[in-house]
Design a protein around this ligand. Structure first.
Ligand code: 13P
Length: 251
């Protein structure tokens, strides 16, 4: 199973800046990318085509959208369809990122609809889940992860697993805060996610990649990637500079 090293560039970088960063990243890592690593960059929408273009000769690299709407086309002002993402060179999409759940107000059900529709349309999905600090302190970690996975994967059939889906565990309290979850917290949460995936899909649930996200940096990436059931990382702030993200990719 290849480790999935993913960069979420959030609402940063113009199209030109994103293209330059992607080109620098490819120059720093493309020749040295280990066989067991795969890289996905999630830039904002106007940067998708330029980034896909910059990475078209970089083996092991692909591009994804940060969001999607569950319809092929229609009167959905401001939204974008899976087909439109693929037309820009995307192979992947993120669903359920905590900023979409907690800042934009997306429901578990909408996240589930986006996930299933995107897979049926031919995209691979990184479904993001994770608890808030209040939920963790109230002892609700297991319940929250189960609810987000049950609803997020409700329409994802076993035959799409494991190729079309990865799950990113991103504790909300560790995102952009510099507070990385400690190894015991990561191992506990990833083991819970693994159990839930195997309960849902049987043996193929063991091959679904589970990524960790939340304050991953060049300094802590190697230790995190080596933990049980950590099959990659989803990186925000430390992925914005080519030098920093290249050190994470090669960690
Ligand atoms: P940071 O790496 O900036 O904490 O962000 C994590 C994240 O939200 C990735 O999706």
């Amino acid at each position: 199973m290849k480790k999935l090293m993913a960069a979420n560039w959030k609402m940063y970088k113009t199209a030109g800046e994103a293209r330059t960063t992607a080109a620098s990243l490819a120059a720093l890592t493309a020749d040295t990318l280990p066989d067991d690593r795969e890289v996905v960059i999630f830039p904002q929408f106007t940067a998708l085509s330029p980034v896909a273009d910059a990475l078209r000769h970089a083996a092991g690299y692909s591009v994804g959208g940060q969001d999607v709407y569950p319809a092929a086309e229609g009167a959905y002002t401001g939204e974008i369809s899976p087909g439109m993402l693929m037309d820009c060179g995307c192979a992947w999409v993120l669903t359920g990122h905590s900023e979409r759940r907690h800042v934009i107000g997306e429901s578990d059900e909408l996240v589930g609809a986006k996930t299933a529709f995107s897979i049926n349309a031919g995209l691979k999905v990184v479904l993001c889940i994770g608890e808030t600090i209040e939920e963790r302190e109230a002892g609700r970690l297991g319940e929250v992860l189960k609810r987000q996975l049950d609803t997020g994967l409700a329409g994802v059939k076993g035959d799409a697993v494991p190729a079309a889906i990865a799950v990113a565990y991103e504790p909300v309290w560790a995102i952009g805060t510099g507070k990385v979850a400690g190894p015991p917290e990561i191992v506990e949460a990833h083991a819970l996610v693994r159990q839930l995936l195997v309960a849902r899909y049987g043996q193929p649930g063991n091959a679904i990649r589970i990524l960790y996200g939340g304050s991953v940096k060049p300094e802590n990436a190697r230790e995190i990637i080596a933990l049980d059931n950590v099959d990659g990382v989803l990186v925000g702030g430390a992925s914005l500079q080519a030098d920093s993200f290249s050190r994470i990719i090669l960690a």
